[in-house]
Structure formats: structure tokens, C-alpha cells
Design a protein around this ligand. Sequence first.
Ligand SMILES: C[S@@+](CC[C@H](N)C(=O)[O-])C[C@H]1O[C@@H](n2cnc3c(N)ncnc32)[C@H](O)[C@@H]1O
Length: 397
Amino acid sequence: MKKYLFILGRNPLLSRAELRNFCDEILFAEDKSLLIGENLKFQNPRNLPKTPEQLFLDRLGGTIRFGEILGELFNEKELQNEILKQIQSQKPEGKIHLGVSGWDCGKTFLRHFLPELKNAFRTKHDRNCRIVNSPGQNLDSGQIFGGKLLQKGFEFLVWKNKNSWLLAQTVANQNLRNYTLRDREKDFRDPHMGMLPPKLAQILINLANPEANEVVIDPFCGSGTINIEAAICGYQTIGSDLDPKRADLAQKNFSQLAEKFRYEVGSGEFFTSDAAKLPLEKMKGIIATEGFLGANFGRKLNKEEVRKNSLDIMKLWEKTLSHLEDSNIRVISFCLPVWKIGREEISLAKNLFAKLDKTSYTPRVLFSQRKTFLYSRPEAFVSREICVLERKNDNPG
Ligand SMILES: C[S@@+](CC[C@H](N)C(=O)[O-])C[C@H]1O[C@@H](n2cnc3c(N)ncnc32)[C@H](O)[C@@H]1O
């Protein structure tokens, strides 16, 4: 069975939790943001003309790129020979564009290995190749994407472990241009609301892991980020918001991006509703939502403001969950705010989980006993704590 090396994003634990629903993990190295996995669950619900690997990556928010593992080599010469062999076997045309990224290989590895590889290529195969790495540095996704390295070149990933080298060839890389289109270039954005990054929207959907025929619902849809990501993954989706203007803007954003991302405008339905009074006849499927993170003052909140926000948000979730008791919502993945006051971090998850006894929902253990993950950005006043609730009788074990 093929094995793959994943390069994870800047929150490797969350990336790992997301990947867990899509492949079997063999090894995880948190400090390096690397994961080895196998048995990838490829999906192509909308029959898009892309490689299965690229489609697999396109729906993941927490993985930057990944490579197919080609083998384990035991010295640099063997590594060089294997890379040359792989390139030749793939019969590239024209000048060859080539990059190598390394982990645990030592500071000077790329500085000597790359020129040697280039020379060996010329000597053995009488062909020129262009090395695309900046001197001594790993490639980043932007360079691979901008240089079309997966279409007309090669990137090899090398991870040294004591006496051996694991070699992989990159097969999929995140599409940065598409993320920008779905983020900063959406027609309607509201900076006062805080913008949910599309990658986090993907992670929230993937943590809920909807079946192909399930509807993805965001009852706090704001500008519609989660609905757009759900439609791109091939799901039917519902977005609602207490604010009629936002429900309307979400619909407009959704329609604006439909053609570019080749989903049906009709796959999304939008309306105004309080999350605690959602129309139960439509509540069939999973909820993936950023939720309400409290009043946004565009600055750090003081203790009193945090206390007031906490009470409001707790009340809102208690009412919403109690209302959903009679619905067919199987899983709810959502964010709760975490505020920092001095050295203290104020989180609501524990309090909310304690109130779940009265409901049929229970927090899902994402892995290693962890029920929540923090997603924070250095410049943000509020961090997001990600949680997943499931029906008590719906635990996949
Ligand atoms: C953090 S924003 C969500 C932003 C959204 N994820 C996006 O991508 O644009 C929270 C949203 O919750 C909505 N909201 C607040 N209270 C609500 C309630 N009781 N029911 C439904 N929506 C509510 C707000 O109008 C706001 O649009």
C-alpha cells in the first residue's frame, strides 16, 4: 500500500485531528509538523479533472502539501541515485526544474547535495536541470505553486532519521490563489465580524466528517465561508444568521464563487434565523460553524466585558443545544472564544461540557484524550477553541 509524507500547517495537532478522518496514521512528529499516513480516502464527488491526490489535499485545511514515499535510502549516494532514477522514469520533457526539501538533514545538507545532484544529472544523463531552491533552504508552497513545480518539475522531500533517509516525491500542494479568492477577494467581507479563514472552515467541516449525502449547516453563517467550503467539497449546505443582512451577503458570496469553483448555486440555501430557534424540519445532517465569538470591539476586552460575553455565549449555546435535541443533527463542530486577560486564559469549553449531561450530545475525543484544540493568531484579541459534539449513540468508537 502506498505511504505518504504530509507537511502539516502551523497547528500540527489540529491538522492531525483533521487528517485522522481521511487516512490511517503511521507516524506523527509534532515538532517537525510531519505525519506519515496510508490508506487515503480519496473522493471526487463533483468529478473534477484533477489528480486524486490534489483533490484529497484541496479539501484539507491543515495540510500544506504531501508526497508519496518512494523508499528508504542509507547514504547520500543512494539518495542521489534514487532521485535521478525517479526523474528519468517519469520521462520529463525540456529543461528539468527540480527542488529538494529536507528535515533533520543538517544545516549544510542542501548546500552541497543540490549542486552535486545537478552535476550528476548532467554527467549521467547529459541534461541540464534548474535547481529552484533558494540557497540552502527548503521550498515553500508558494514557490512550488508559482513555479508550477508539480506540473513541469519535481520536488523531493527528504527526512533523515539516524542512519537512513526517507525519500518522497511531492504529489499535491495547496492552491494559494484559490484560498485568496475565497478569502480576501470575496465580494462581501465584514472586518468587524472577524474573518474565518477558509482553511479553518475546511477543518471544522472535516472534523465533523459528514457523509456524502449529509447537509452541512452553519447557523451562524456570517459571510458564508463554511457554506462555500462545504459546496466546494460537494455537499448541500444551509446557512442562517440572526442578522438578515448577513444571511443575504452570505448568499451573494456563495453565488459569486459558484462558477469559479464549479458548484451549483442551488446547493446552498440561506435564511434569517436565531440559532436557538432553527427550523427543525431542515436540521438534518451536521453543523459546522465558527459560532458567535462575542461582541467585537476591535480591541482587547476588559474583565467585565469578557464576563458579559461569556454569559451570553454560554446561554446561546445552551439554548441552541436544547433546541437541537429534537433535530436530526448528528455532529456539531464549532468554536468557542478564548480570551487572554494578563496571564489568565478564559475558556468556556469546560463549563459548556459540564452542562451536556442534560442533553444527548457529548464531546468527541479528537485523539489522545483531547477534546478541544486552540486555534490562535498572534495578532488576534480572541482565540478560537475548537470542539466537536456528537450524539451519545453516534460514537464511531
Ligand atoms: C463570528 S461571526 C461568523 C462569521 C462567519 N463564520 C464568516 O465566515 O463570516 C458570528 C455570526 O453569528 C451571528 N449571530 C450572533 N448571534 C446569533 C444568534 N443568536 N443566532 C444566529 N446567528 C447569530 C452574527 O450575526 C455573526 O454573523
